[in-house]
Design a protein around this ligand. Structure first.
Ligand code: ATP
Ligand code: MG
Length: 419
């Protein structure tokens, strides 16, 4: 037997209906916010992620699936969605399209990580990118969109944390202060953070190592270092969230750690799903498009992990409706009846009714069992009487209620009795 690669997962029908539901709500909510879908390639030139994710990050340093293709180009499977969208935005001249461009994607992502609950090597993100606006309104709307989506799914127990990491100007000052503070404790930081100290000191703030957490507890607070412009922006985001009735906590330890990330950053975190509790993370990245050779186009976005979202939905017992329930199963009793059943289910399907019949030459009892297993709402039996009369007895499985319906009226009957 050949197994699937470590960190990947087969999605069987018993679970895929949940994904379909989440994706449906995602698309519907996006539509309400006038956010359009963008699909970018599953793989890109490695350069895209070196620029778009950044060389100081865990993703680029150790998590990417990078290989040379047969033409000896360095190719990388997308570890996240933003870089590809930024590349596409510039390449397709989307800055000439009406701004802001509000885009969403649902995509596989690939990261070479140690698989555990909520951490896979192929996982899936639902994300949005709003490109072209630098107003606090857009930040607040991105957050509000995520919140609305969670609400529509009946997700409970997510805490929203927000922060501002300032702009190039004020962050430089903060980094100096932070490094001055950390310098005395350098020996006690984890190996990774010692590396981060020079390249990316902000990242030390959200290290998960207990010792590092203790050390940064009393570190200078980035919010005390914001310049006037960044302060006004952050206050405006807060004001709009308050207006919209979105609850949040301020956590000045949240960072996105890349040079081109600016101002607002945020996370939705769950206490219910173990160590991998961050379901959604996002922020403003006013310098990103420039990295791809575009003009300065401000942007903000977020991505959420669909696997973690599902873990959360399961842990709080949200029941996800199965939108694919078979509406009617037609059970033929003999050879002639099979032909009729074959024709009838096809007619039902063309009329927009989900219908199934026997494929296995099962007897009538076994057919009922099967219909029950697949969750058919109705079962209709065709025997020689039914063939002669052109009518069929239809049983509603849940209630046992029976109706006699003309062969020609079956589609209508099922549609009229839809829940
Ligand atoms: P973490 O700190 O958990 O590693 P991250 O900062 O690497 O998260 P992002 O790059 O911000 O995560 O990705 C956004 C979201 O994608 C995460 O909040 C999470 O829900 C999901 N995610 C990230 N990596 C994985 C993974 N390996 N498996 C499953 N989901 C993931
Ligand atoms: Mg990670």
């Amino acid at each position: 037997m050949i197994n699937a690669p470590k960190g990947t997962k087969d999605l069987l029908p018993e679970e895929s209906y949940k994904w379909q539901y989440i994706e449906k709500i995602a698309r519907e909510t996006a539509n309400l916010f006038d956010i359009k879908e963008i699909r970018t390639p599953t793989f890109e030139h490695t350069e895209v992620f070196l620029r778009g994710v950044g060389e100081g990050t865990d993703i680029v340093n150790k998590e990417m699936y990078t290989f040379n293709d047969k033409g000896n180009r360095s190719i990388t499977l997308k570890p996240e969605g933003t870089a590809g969208v930024a590349r596409a935005f510039v390449e397709n001249g989307m800055f000439n399209m009406p701004l802001p461009q509000k885009l969403f994607y649902i995509t596989s992502c690939f990261r070479y990580e140690r698989p555990q609950a909520g951490r896979l090597r192929e996982f899936h993100q639902f994300g949005v990118e709003f490109l072209g606006s630098d107003t606090a309104d857009t930040d607040a709307e991105a957050i509000l969109f995520a919140k609305t989506f969670f609400d529509k799914l009946n997700v409970k127990g997510l805490t929203l944390y927000i922060n501002s990491i300032g702009c190039k100007k004020c962050r430089a000052e903060y980094e100096t202060a932070l490094k001055n503070y950390l310098r005395d404790n350098l020996g006690n930081l984890c190996a990774l953070c010692r590396e981060r100290f020079e390249k990316n000191p902000l990242r030390i703030l959200d290290c998960k190592n207990e010792e590092c957490k203790k050390i940064v507890e009393n570190a200078p607070d980035i919010l005390d270092y914001l310049c006037d412009d960044c302060k006004v922006h952050f206050n405006k985001v807060r004001e709009l969230l308050d207006l919209a009735g979105v609850e949040y906590k301020i956590d000045s330890k949240i960072v996105r750690g890349l040079d081109y990330y600016t101002k607002t950053v945020f996370e939705f975190v769950s206490e219910n799903i173990g160590a991998q509790g961050t379901v959604c993370g996002g922020g403003r990245y006013d310098g990103l498009i420039e990295e791809f050779g575009g003009n300065r186009v401000p942007g903000i976005g977020f991505a959420m992990g669909i696997e973690r979202l599902l873990l959360l939905l399961d842990s709080i017992g949200v029941k996800i409706p199965d939108l694919n329930r078979t509406e009617i199963y037609i059970a033929p009793m003999g050879e002639e009846e099979r032909k009729k059943a074959f024709a009838i289910v096809q007619k039902l399907r063309l009329d927009g009714v989900s219908a199934e019949t026997d494929h296995m030459n099962r007897g009538i009892k076994a057919q009922f069992k099967y219909a029950d297993k697949i969750g058919a709402k109705f079962v209709g039996v065709i025997g020689s009487d039914e063939l002669a009369q052109g009518k069929i007895k239809i049983k509603e499985m849940e209630t046992g209620a029976e109706s006699f319906v003309d062969f020609n009226d079956m589609s209508e009957f099922v549609k009229e009795n839809r829940a």
